[in-house]
Design a protein around this ligand. Structure first.
Ligand code: NAP
Length: 376
């Protein structure tokens, strides 16, 4: 909601002409454009002059981010790498988080500017807590926390400690990072949480978050449905975070980057990946990686968004997502359930974090006592 009107929770719905891509053209996570979708804009959020083809470099042209600190997950690949590269080139100190220190270091070393690598595996919750605490130990206020990493379309149902794996990686791992870095973001003059969601939220079950079946057993397993479920969680997380940030200067928004041929499609059948590699340049709904990184970069840096919170962006502009993405009650419940599922790793809990990062325990081990089971 814009901080002055607090009107975001009553935004109008978006109805799209299409609901999903056909598999053969969907390394993507957003709708194809056989019919132009009807886009509804929320009240009170400035429109930019940028659009689908704008790049991260273009949306930050002229910005001096010296003295700013950005944290980004998934810094070693695709959109995360490009976002880190551009933020660092504009003067920000970027803390690049990757699954391993080797990946983070390689990525950080390969861009021009000031970067610092951190390791954290989103499905090994203790490593995320350790990662957050290592970032916290720098003492730097965080101007931008970009929750970018993700997986898509795991071919069969996979679970981590009994919970569906897209949900764990795309949502719960980031929930821990955000929780542990909350005060550091709030301590920045105007800290921003940017969650990289997806228009794939439309693929989530019609009833929204499957609170009683977070193990993924809500019917026949469909990879895009599981992904969409986790991306709906990203959107609801951002909505509830914005509400909880209240009158602080910090903001939270969620974005859809577009359809980009990145490693995100690694779990698709090889014929789809070959097709995308050969033809993505020619298909109008695909963006380049440079353009794909634009919306998250824009949400993290645009001066005009300093008081904009609780919104969803596509192509560097606000869009009313509608459907379950607007469901404030579902968002609040998701927050509570997520706290229960990650409770031992949150700052509000007694710490279970090992100081020895060289030998992190995996979260796949039984959860410490006190953890709330995911099933009612
Ligand atoms: N590309 C698209 O068309 C598209 C569309 C809509 C939304 N998105 C969203 O954009 C974001 C970035 O995706 P991308 O396209 O840049 O894909 P990508 O190139 O595959 O990058 C994904 C990043 O997430 C990291 N990651 C995956 N699992 C992880 C884990 N367990 N712990 C830590 N890091 C993990 C990957 O690390 P590894 O390299 O080590 O696996 C990689 O750095 C995702 O949230 C995705 O859902 C993308």
């Amino acid at each position: 909601m814009s901080k002055d009107t607090q009107s975001g929770l009553s935004r109008r719905h978006l109805f799209t002409g299409t609901t999903a891509l056909v598999a053969a053209t969907s390394l993507s996570a957003c709708g194809g454009d056989e019919e132009a979708p009807l886009i509804i804009r929320p009240d009170g959020v400035p429109m930019s002059n940028f659009g689908k083809e704008s790049t991260a470099e273009e949306v930050t042209a002229g910005l001096d981010l010296s003295g700013k600190t950005a944290v980004i997950t998934g810094c070693n690949s695709g959109l995360g790498y490009e976002t880190m590269r551009v933020l660092a080139s504009r003067g920000a100190h970027v803390f690049g988080v990757a699954r391993s220190m080797e990946k983070a270091t390689d990525a950080c070393n390969s861009v021009v500017g000031t970067t610092t690598p951190f390791a954290g595996d989103l499905e090994q919750f203790e490593t995320m807590a350790v990662c957050a605490d290592a970032i916290g130990a720098t003492g730097a206020p965080i101007d931008m926390l970009i929750l970018n990493a993700g997986v898509m379309a795991l071919p069969e149902l996979q679970q981590v400690n009994g919970i569906e794996r897209h949900f764990v990686i795309n949502h719960l791992g980031h929930f821990i990072l955000a929780n542990r870095l909350m005060e550091q973001v709030k301590s920045a003059s105007q800290g921003r949480f940017v969650t990289v969601g997806s228009q794939g939220y439309m693929w989530a079950p019609d009833t929204g978050i499957q609170f009683d079946n977070l193990d993924g057993a809500w019917g026949e397993y469909v990879p895009n449905t599981a992904y969409g479920h986790s991306k709906l969680a990203n959107g609801l997380f951002s909505l509830e975070l914005a509400r909880r940030l209240g009158e602080s200067t910090a903001t939270a928004n969620v974005i859809h980057p577009g359809v980009i041929n990145t490693n995100l499609g690694r779990h698709y059948p090889s014929y789809i990946r070959i097709f995308a590699n050969l033809f993505s340049w020619a298909l109008p709904f695909f963006k380049t990686v440079e353009a794909g990184a634009a919306t998250e970069t824009y949400a993290a840096t645009a001066p005009g968004l300093s008081e904009i919170s609780g919104f969803y962006f596509e192509d560097c502009n606000p869009v009313v997502a509608g459907q379950n993405m607007e469901n404030a009650a579902m968002a609040e419940r998701l927050w509570t359930v997520s706290e229960g599922l990650t409770q031992p790793y949150l700052v509000s809990s007694a710490s279970v974090v090992d100081t020895d990062i060289s030998a992190p325990r995996t979260w796949a081990e039984p959860m410490p006592s006190g953890a709330v089971p995911f099933r009612k």
